[in-house]
Design a protein around this ligand. Structure first.
Ligand code: ATP
Ligand code: MG
Length: 283
């Protein structure tokens, strides 16, 4: 099922339940379209509204102005909420908060069980999901014995077992060590390439964003840059101005260019950097 996600002049402010006071506007007239199969990374400094935007994508939060569309459904339409949540899964930072069962495969089965699917369908989905994230061999293990990266992959399996078209991941690697981070990124890329699942990855790691097809840079509740990673990261000074970094390789190329070495500013991978430097040395 093809799912397009579209924010249309989306605005949002929180409301304090106790004194009914409205927070300042967190999202400001933000428009964005994500085509099915996209792998988009969302960057932005702390508090710019990334998580707030993510929570609009499956109706956890509803716009206070404008619209959020998921597969042509208005997230503000309560009758559609169940379907929207099935299509758009969310993965959060802390895997421990997302794991509910004491055995891996039971955890992955939790979502499909709630959908009321027949047992054989649940079995099939759980097996497929655990294989997709590379955790099938651990299906009878206790989640508490797993590493952070493994736990996060089990959490992702629980989402995949619901067969969503899109997964929104809010800093899924923030609490992981480098190995766990690599495992989770590999899983995310595979889900996008092999299963065509739309990915929205919120991250503070520039190297992770560099792996996406599209990088969306947020600032103060709106979108500042939205382009390929090569193009976005070539704006080194603009990124630094809003408190963001660029991948280390891009930084190196930037410094070398400042020193007068004529390199392409659109380099974001180590391989491309090595190649460009070798060409310089050879010339
Ligand atoms: N429940 C809430 N009530 C009031 N204000 C909130 C609430 N949740 C978040 N905010 C405020 O909304 C703004 C945006 O928060 P949000 O969590 O979306 O930012 P973020 O870009 O995800 O930041 P981070 O990188 O730290 O995760 C912040 O100023 C934050 O303090
Ligand atoms: Mg956040």
């Amino acid at each position: 099922m093809e799912v397009r996600i579209a924010a249309e002049h989306l605005s949002f402010h929180y409301t304090d339940e106790e004194n009914k006071a409205a927070s300042p506007e967190i999202l400001k007239d933000l428009s964005l379209t994500l085509e099915p199969g996209t792998f988009a990374a969302v960057l932005g400094h702390n508090g710019c509204g990334k998580s707030t935007l993510a929570k609009h994508m499956n109706g956890i939060l509803l716009p206070t102005g404008g619209k959020m569309w998921v597969a042509g459904m208005d997230t503000a339409d309560e009758t559609k909420l169940y379907e929207i949540r099935q299509r758009v899964g969310m993965v959060f930072q802390n895997p421990d908060n997302q794991i509910v069962a004491t055995i891996v495969e039971e955890d992955a089965a939790f979502g499909p069980e709630n959908l009321g699917l027949p047992p054989e369908e649940i079995r099939r989905r759980v097996d497929d999901a655990l294989k997709a994230v590379g955790m099938y061999d651990y299906r009878m293990h206790a989640p508490s014995q797993l590493s952070g990266g493994q736990k996060q992959r089990v959490a992702i399996a629980g989402i995949i077992a619901m067969r969503p078209s899109c997964i929104v991941l809010d800093e899924p690697t923030a609490m992981l060590d480098p190995k766990g981070r690599r495992e989770v990124m590999k899983t995310i890329r595979l889900l996008n390439r092999n299963y065509g699942i739309t990915i929205v990855l919120i991250t503070h790691y520039m190297e992770e964003a560099a792996q996406a097809d599209r990088v969306i840079v947020m600032d103060e509740g709106n979108i500042l840059l939205d382009d390929t990673p090569e193009e976005v990261f070539s704006h080194v000074e603009q990124m630094k101005q809003i408190g963001l970094d660029v991948p280390q390789v891009t930084e190196l190329v930037y410094e070398l260019r400042q020193a007068g070495i004529p390199l392409d500013s659109h380099i974001i991978t180590e391989d491309a950097c090595v190649q460009a430097l070798l060409e310089q040395l050879g010339s």
